[in-house]
Ligand binder design. Sequence first.
Ligand code: ZN
Length: 299
Amino acid sequence: MYLLLGLVICAFIPAVLYCIPLDREVGVYMTSKDDVGQKDNELDIGYDRSKPNPEELGGYFEGDIVLPREMDRNGLTSSKYRWPNGVLPYVIKGNYTVNETEVIKKAVELYHKYTCLTFREKLPSDEDYFAIVSSDIGCWSNIGRQGGMQVVNLQAPDCVRKVGTAAHEFMHIAGFVHELSRYDRDEYVEINWDNVREDHKHNFKKQREGEINEYGVSYDYNSVMHYSRFAFTENKNVPSIIAKIHSKAKNMGQRLGFSIKDITEVNAMYNCSEKTQVAWDVYNERKPKVAADEYIFSE
Ligand SMILES: [Zn+2]
């Protein structure tokens, strides 16, 4: 009981404590509002690669993650942060328009179609669940199940424009960190440290080998958990992240849906790898012109 209580409190304290000194961050977020959620670029994949994603403007650990103070990063590999039987009870408490609610529901549908996770309305008997709220401090989540009620913040309208933004936060709550946190990321991307805002350099910190489980999946530029080229930039016209394998990185920072590796990892974490076959069947049926590791499962 003590442990449970501790986690509940700690899940909330950071949100409160961090929000107060974060006025400056909130200001940054607000002034950058014009830069996010812009009309999709007709280029190729339906988003503007010259803009950061809204969660890449926040002031939490890795931009949009709230970690309880006592929880070290090993929590990511610990099964105590998993949702039992892959069931995630939730309640929508934010003020959303019909269209914005639809975006959230579509993200849920993606999980139901391609993974074995079940997002369902909270029942009175559910002790652990999350509330989706729309307060004005960005898009953020905890990593994994904390115990008791926890929050996924999806500020309206910026965080509920794209299905992938909600899908991204839901992957955090399922237990995943950013792709850029991988210990081997320097083989795949170069960080332009000179153009990373000083107060956000921590967002580019790597995990040590073994701290997170990659489930045998190789680095994924296509992941909904990858930052965009312009995440946390000082000069917003200059990238902070440069892909080393250009041919594979054209979707970097996409927030349209899952990559095949996202799906593989979620299903591996929750011990239902057979569900990944659904994605392969969809891919084979649609016969897209791109390789499977460049394809985005957006519906
Ligand atoms: Zn994130």
